[in-house]
Each structure stands twice: as C-alpha cells, then as structure tokens.
Design a protein around this ligand. Sequence first.
Ligand code: KG4
Ligand code: ZN
Length: 338
Amino acid sequence: MLTLGIETSCDETSAAVYDSQKGILSNALFSQIELHKNFGGVVPEIASRSQLEKIVPIVRTALDVANVSLQEINVIAVTNKPGLPGSLLVGVCFAKALAWSAKKRLIGINHLEGHAFSTFLEHTVPFPHVCITASGGHTSIYLIEDFGTYRVLGQTYDDAAGEAFDKIAKMLNLGYPGGPIIEELAASIDYQDFFTYPRTTAHTLNFSFSGLKTAVLYDLVKKNAYDMGKKKFLKDHDDTLKKQVASSLLVCITDIFEQKINLATKQFPEVKAVTFVGGVACNKYISQRLEILCKQKNLPFFKPSAQYCTDNAAMIAFVGSYKARQQKFSGFDLDILS
Ligand code: KG4
Ligand code: ZN
C-alpha cells in the first residue's frame, strides 16, 4: 500500500511517499528558514503564503522521486492539527482537492503523533516505550503502547524547549533558529554549566521553559548585558558571555529531560525503550547524554536521523499508513484544528 503524506503545519512544506512493504520512498521538503531569519521567529502570514507557492512542486517532487504516479497512491494523509491555521489550511485544502479529484481515501493526522512515531521510519521500537517530543512548538512526554495508542504523561505549561532556545538566541542576537547555534557555542566551551539556571518542574512530568527564559533574562540584566527597555543585548562584542549562557542553557535543558526520563521510567517500570524526537532531538549533546542515561538503565534509546527530527511528511505518511490499516479514514469534511 502506498501513502502520500503532506505536512504544512508551520514553516516547512513537505510531501513524502511511504510504501508499507519497502518503507519510505521519498521525502521532499522546502524549508522557509531564510524567509523568517530576519524576524527571529516564524511570521504566520509569510509562512502560509510560502506554503501556497510550494505545495504543488513539492508534491510533484515527492511522487517523481518515489517514481510512482498519483494513480498508484492508495491513501492521502495530511497534517490537520496542531499548527498555524493559515499553513494547515493550505495542506488540508490541497489534500482534500487531490483526494476528491483522484478518488483516493483521505486521513487527517495529528502532527504530534507524527513526531511521536517518527522513530519507526528507521527503527523497530518495542512497546511500551517512553517518548520525549521536543520541538519549536511543543514539548511533551508520552507512554506509547502501540501504533496510535499513547498516553500524554506530561506537557509544557508554557513555552516549548525549542522555543526557549530560539527566544534566548534572539535575546543574545544569535540568529534563527536558535537551537543549532546554541549547540555550536556550547560545544566551543565544552558544555560547562556556568550559571546553573533553575531546573523547573523537577518533581512532575510536565515542563515549563518560560521561567527559564526569564531567569536567563534577569541574569543578563544583573550582569549589565541586556537593556530591558530597548530589548537589546548590550555586549555584542562579549562572545565569552554568549558562550557561557548558551552552554549553561543547554546543560540545564538536558538535565530537565534526564529528570523526566528518570521519573517516567520509575513510574512505568514496564517500559522497554526510550525515544527522543522533534527538532530539538537534532542536538547531539542532549541525545548523547540521554543515550548514556538509558544505557545505565539497560534501556535501548532511539532517535530519528536529523531529516526526520525536524518537520517532515515522511512521519505523516507513516502514521497515515497504519491508520489506513486500522481503517481510520477521514471524511471530506476534514477541518483544521490549530
Ligand atoms: O520539529 P521542528 O522542525 O518544528 C516544530 O514542530 O516546531 O523543530 C524546530 C525547533 C526549533 O526551535 C529549533 O531551534 C530546534 O528545533 N532545533 C534544535 C536543534 N536543531 C533544531 N534545538 C536544539 N539543538 C539543535 N541542534
Ligand atoms: Zn513539529
């Protein structure tokens, strides 16, 4: 069975073809990073306009690379929640029109379910397992019991982990997206913890990163390095301070993830593995530390390769494929839910 996946929930336009026998055949993607760079974050209006421009060529590329025709596709799976309304609408309207005209079945997919099962594109992960999803929009921890069967154990009360990297990078004038830049700066100073920012929500499975962001801000103000009124980093020449903040932030967020794995595996001793997914899982330092922790617990640790950590349609096609097997199709009244 061939599934065409379509993902347009935020600032990536992606389409992929998944073959239930052979696995992933294509994963075409256009990233809008260059369009949003100057704003230090995603601008929704710019994002949806770009989605509209790219959706047709990207779907064409996905079919071409997979070397299949639209007629050979059995199911069209599209992200319909959560995300930016304008961006989601482009993918959902396009998928509905395509499915209607080509007489294909349609399935709406939860973007977070896509991330949560993205490890299966490259690995066979045993059930039940604990999954940490950390991206620019979401940070959650799940107990995954089977394909499509999962429990949310905790989620962020406010900002997502990737958002913390992005917003603190903006504070420091580092550029966008913040995660990879912060990782590079932290590596250059050997991942030392200079400022020991607060490890919030230590005793629950929920997360909170807005307090961490404020703690960094106040610390910079105390060090006369940030002007609250002008919202400006004052010591642009001071590369050492930037590196120290980046490194302390990365160590702090990694400690928080470690605490959650410790807590979840204690609460659910039946888990057979741990997975780490979403854009933040591209981070080598965090992944290595989580892998070491899992090794100590005799638990296999899995994370997708970088192309399947950040937003992609391959994970949407994969979820679409098992939902089709479970006969969980959507009607043409499928709507978005932001
Ligand atoms: O999953 P994703 O592509 O989009 C969302 O669904 O949000 O994740 C993007 C997020 C951004 O916040 C970015 O800063 C973060 O992932 N990210 C990283 C790294 N690469 C991307 N965070 C930490 N370290 C990285 N190497
Ligand atoms: Zn995502």
